[in-house]
Structure formats: C-alpha cells, structure tokens
Write a protein that binds this ligand. Sequence first.
Ligand code: SF4
Length: 182
Amino acid sequence: MSDLSAIHLTKQRRQQPKVGISACLVGERVRYDGGDKYHQLINDELSPWLDLQVICPEVEAGLGIPRPPVQLVKTQEEIRALGVEQSDLDVTNALETTAKQLSSTQCQAFCAYIVKSRSPSCGAGSTPIYDTTNQQIDNSDGLYVKALKTANPHMVIVEESSLNDIQGCRDFLEQCYLLSER
Ligand code: SF4
C-alpha cells in the first residue's frame, strides 16, 4: 500500500469527491495526433480516491481524432484558436460554444478539475499565446479553462504538472475532500 493510500484509507467509505480531468491524462487517445498523455501518479495514487469525470473538450466540440493542431493567437481584438499549419482554420467558435455548455452544465457538480498544461483548450495559465507573426507573446488559460473559471469561480483547477510528486497529490486530495464536505 502506498503512503498516500494508507493516509486516506479512512476515506474509503465516504462519498468520493467528483473531480473533472482532461481525458488524455487518463490514457484516452484523444489528442490531435491520436495519442494520449497518460499520467502515472494521477492514475495510481489519485484515481482510487476520486470520482474522476473524464472529458476532452475538443472531442466534445466535434473536432475529431486526429485533427489539425491549433494554437491561441492574439489578433487585433481577441484571442482566437487558429490552425498551426493551416492559418485559415479557425475553431474558436466551436471550442467556445462547447466550453460554455460543459462549464454551465455537468461541470457544475465538480469540486475540482485536473487539466493538461499548455493545451489551447485545457491549459491553466501555461498555454502559449502567439501574435500573428507566430511569436510567443504571453501565457494564459486555454479556452475551456477560461470558460470553466467564468462559470465556476470557486472551482479548484490544477495542471497535471503540479501533481508530479506524492506531496502534490496528497495536498490536492486533502483539498478535494475538504471542498466536497462543504
Ligand atoms: S489537453 Fe484537453 S483538449 Fe487536448 S487532448 Fe487532452 S483533454 Fe483533449
């Protein structure tokens, strides 16, 4: 039994906190290139203690697998999700519509969310923002996380990169159980 499991054994009989998670982190092959971003520690140490709700917002938006990669670009007025290789590809409306819909319905029941860093949809503060000459000018939230924060201002949102060690997992788990008891 791992350290984390032993500490949280007493939580076994309680209702598990409902937590959203980017689908690629649990091994679903939903990325633009048909791959995944399986995260060992999340799946080994957190998954048994949480009611994980698996969502890929880009698949939900109907973009398909595989799909052309997109990046966030600051145009004159706003941030848009444009094709990396196809500059005439603009999936902003599809992503924003789906993000708003998910955020205001099923995600309302989640106390927390684990998201994939740097993704144009799922990044939480780490997503690169480019200008129209393809120079990176900033980092920000992906479009899905932006909608999640607007619709659920009290939701705890963490990137997988903060769960790369046992202490990070332990702190997150404690936070989820505290939040779910409110
Ligand atoms: S980062 Fe988000 S949008 Fe990208 S594959 Fe993973 S779940 Fe889907």
